[in-house]
Design a protein around this ligand. Sequence first.
Ligand SMILES: Nc1ncnc2c1ncn2[C@@H]1O[C@H](COP(=O)(O)OP(=O)(O)OP(=O)(O)O)[C@@H](O)[C@H]1O
Length: 361
Amino acid sequence: MTDIDKAAVGAPTRTGEGLDARLLVVRGSFRLDVMLSAAPGDVVALLGPNGAGKTTALRALAGLVPLTGGHLRLDGEQLDAVPPESRPVGVVFQDYLLFPHLTALDNVAFGPRCHGATKAEARAEAAVWLERMGLSDHAGVRPRRLSGGQAQRVALARALATHPRLLLLDEPLAALDARTRLDVRARLRHHLADFEAVAVLVTHDPLDAMVLADHLVVIEDGRIVQEGTPAHIARHPRTDYIAHLVGLNLYRGEAEGHTVRLDGGPGITTEEDLTGPVFVAFPPGAVTLYRDRPTGTSARNLWRCEVAGLETHGDQIRAALTGELPLAADLTTVAAAELDLHPGATVWATVKAAQTHAYPA
Ligand SMILES: Nc1ncnc2c1ncn2[C@@H]1O[C@H](COP(=O)(O)OP(=O)(O)OP(=O)(O)O)[C@@H](O)[C@H]1O
């Protein structure tokens, strides 16, 4: 099954429920052209580097940026021409965008009120949502007295209180510090699991995407370069950007049996027996480094490299290597000291065939 086949898992149902969109937006020299489909209950994450077009896609779904072409259907209804305020869409922005002069309760009540509820109904609904967010005690508080995590929970309550058929989240955790982020991520996961409509999340952070979404859409330069489940994408990256995100060395070449000949580079011996264009990936932790050419190693892959740079990576040292094969290798601080690694040092890198993973390109 290809990645595009896998996308069908999140396709709208035959009754037309869910999201079915082709977003074509031209802004100056930038062109976004992405197809998005999702069934009710799906959480889709748009992931990609700066300037890839994620926010433009989200704003197009919200109606804040007009479509240059394509279509946008939600639960069978054509939304292209529906103004943003009339769309059944809830939006949560990175910087919350709460009304500073309204209390938390009235911020949340604003959503239902705009959708026609009476003041009393809207406030009753808002109280329920604040309670679900664990914020009943803060109902009378204005935004400037809320922490970042609390403000983001109010913003989420405000979006959910309108019972949107499409929930859009633009980098919802980006403004939070690491600890708050953990807490809000866990809560968000819980609320998204209960959410019965389609949710689309924009993020830079692979962890947010992996934890929160069941379908990832990776956008680079206005186009979808890969989509599928988080587990599939983490194991089968198809671009350097994704490989880097999930922490893998990635190469492209031509397989003949257990050997993959890289374009203009050396061969890699792999576990898989394949023929034709393939990707080969292996984690930096699978690389063993030696200062002298090792003898008697059972590893099938051996390359002569040069250390280009060293940086700490968690409790490990990550070495960037150039030479026969550019690669990243992780080693302990003790090992790095024993090998006397420094930029410019020559090293030999080995990787066992069993630790590589090859798959058709
Ligand atoms: N108002 C605008 N007018 C013209 N071009 C714009 C406008 N806003 C954004 N762009 C361009 O559209 C492209 C996509 O931007 P967008 O903000 O959608 O990317 P992104 O993936 O969300 O990036 P980031 O992660 O940095 O937010 C960029 O090249 C940007 O320069």
